[in-house]
Design a protein around this ligand. Structure first.
Ligand code: NAI
Length: 249
């Protein structure tokens, strides 16, 4: 017997920010495999975004590359409008684009603090705010924010990044409560060490702290995001799913 979930996805698409590589690229490909048409957002790496689009279209899916600096307050409307024109209403928004600019708090300058907050937290807020209206009108939506275990537990040298990711957790829970009755869910994943360009400098010794004794892969995070974006997750909202090999346990 087919499994029945109370919501059925209307016509529309998914948008993944920072999908030119790493977790974002894996997520765009995973969502396409689940039947989503995907807006593949990128900052500057057009070739990377095209590679993600090609991977999706070669597998028979539909994808469209769109650029924009998520830290720019004008970007969300430009990005969403371009994706809507090409693929229809954005019914799943994956706020994945993010940066680090590490340093001990005593030495961290204003620019490093402000840039990380503006990109990781401000960008996610403004994109979500822009995306929610059409989702509410469709009475269906999925927002997944890519937070981090660093937003849940201390990591010396990353106060700006930790604040941005802890902020994303607060944003996730609060907006989830605001839109839950409209059929829109808002969740976060909190990855631990995932092997991407962002983690090339992690000392081997730190891997010993992970109960699974290995870094995660972008595909392992993407699978969790795809679940949270699926019909099957209709009753999951305001949650933070750690994807960290047991690190934060
Ligand atoms: P990555 O560096 O490979 O990818 C980050 C993506 O964000 C890139 O495509 C980049 O172009 C984009 N981006 C950054 N700033 C942008 C801006 N201002 N405008 C537009 N695009 C921008 O890193 P990774 O590892 O794939 O990270 C993806 C997300 O996962 C980030 O939010 C990161 O904080 C988070 N994360 C990563 C972990 C890891 O161990 N790799 C662990 C926990 C969270």
């Amino acid at each position: 017997m087919a499994r029945a979930f109370p919501t059925e996805r209307p016509e529309g698409c998914a948008l993944v920010t920072g999908a030119s590589k790493g977790i974002g690229a894996a997520t765009a490909i995973a969502l396409a495999a689940d039947g989503w048409a995907v807006g593949v957002h990128y900052g500057r790496d057009a070739a990377g975004a095209q590679a993600t689009v090609d991977a999706i279209t070669e597998a028979g899916g539909r994808a469209f590359a769109v650029s924009g600096d998520v830290a720019d307050p004008a970007a969300p409307d430009a990005i969403l409008s371009a994706v809507e024109a090409e693929l229809g209403t954005v019914l799943a928004l994956i706020n994945n684009a993010g940066i680090t600019d590490d340093g001990l708090a005593m030495q961290l300058d204003d620019d490093a603090f402000d840039r990380v907050i503006a990109t990781n937290l401000g960008g996610a807020f403004r994109l979500t705010r822009r995306a929610l209206g059409p989702m509410v009108r469709a009475r269906y939506g999925r927002v997944v924010n890519v937070a981090s275990v660093v937003g849940l537990n201390a990591n010396a040298g990353q106060s700006n990044y930790a604040a941005s990711k802890a902020g994303l957790v607060g944003l996730t829970k609060t907006i989830a409560a605001e839109v839950a009755r409209r059929g829109v869910t808002v969740n976060a994943v909190a990855p631990g060490f995932i092997a991407t360009d962002m983690t090339t400098d992690i000392p081997e010794g730190q891997l010993g702290a992970i109960p699974a004794r290995r870094p995660g892969t972008p595909d392992e995070v993407a699978a969790c995001i795809a679940f949270l974006a699926s019909d099957a997750a209709a009753y999951v909202t305001g949650s933070v799913l750690t994807v960290d090999g047991g690190l934060s346990a």
